[in-house]
Ligand binder design. Structure first.
Ligand code: AMP
Length: 215
């Protein structure tokens, strides 16, 4: 399957993508993860991207499009892929359509994970990640046994720079203005499948497999 994941920051797209990968073995292409890796590696691209990310703004399309195209051309994407956090605006969606047409791998589905706006704020401001193993927590919904430490490896938990409150407000505004209209864009192509993103991770995943027709 070739899937685009749609949904606000904090809707749980990344979590569902990770389970799909574990179960079905297709690669997840997360532009947020690719950009954070570039920031951590201190590359020129990473330095440019960080200034936008810290403000909650979108990184310029030219930076992101090149990164995605390079990734889609790798062999593992031949068996399908999940795009997570990309496209984020209509220009990226149109560029993606062209790219996929030339690679002969157009989209099977656009999966929209819907979560009420009030819930998103808590999900995002409460998010903490382990510096050691990357395990994710939420201080409101999935707190670690010991404050600030990972249950698995005792590593230090940190808050992503772009999960601070002011940045989150901006990210949600950017989502409403630029990314949400993509649901209409893909509806006009007849490939949107929607699931409610509230409930347990397993419940949501069950609905995801149903709407995507996966066994
Ligand atoms: P995410 O983890 O997907 O929420 O992405 C974190 C941040 O990375 C966003 O707030 C943007 O600054 C940047 N970013 C990720 N994906 C894209 C994209 N497709 N286009 C532009 N900026 C992006």
């Amino acid at each position: 399957m070739r899937i685009v994941l749609l949904g606000a920051p904090g809707a749980g797209k990344g979590t569902q993508a990770k389970i799909l990968i574990e179960k079905y073995g297709m690669p997840q292409i997360s532009t947020g993860d690719l950009l954070r890796a570039a920031v951590a590696a201190g590359t020129a691209l990473g330095k440019e991207a960080k200034s936008y990310m810290d403000k909650g703004e979108l990184v310029p399309d030219s930076v992101v499009l090149g990164m995605v195209e390079e990734r889609l051309k790798q062999d593992d994407c031949k068996k399908g892929y999940i795009l997570d956090g990309f496209p984020r605006n209509t220009a990226q969606a149109e560029a993606l359509d062209k790219m996929l047409a030339s690679l002969n791998m157009s989209l099977t589905a656009a999966l929209s994970v819907d979560v009420p706006f009030e819930d998103l704020m808590k999900r995002l401001t409460g998010r903490r990640t382990c510096k050691g193993c990357g395990q994710m927590y939420n201080i409101y919904f999935k707190a670690p046994a010991k404050d600030g430490a990972c249950d698995k490896c005792n590593g230090e938990l940190f808050q992503r720079d772009d999960d601070k409150e002011a940045t989150i407000k901006k990210r949600l505004e950017v989502y409403t203005a630029q990314t949400e209209p993509l649901i209409g864009y893909y509806k006009s192509k007849g490939i949107v499948k929607s699931v409610s993103g509230t409930g347990s991770i397993d419940e949501i995943f069950k609905k995801v497999t149903e709407v995507l027709g996966l066994k």
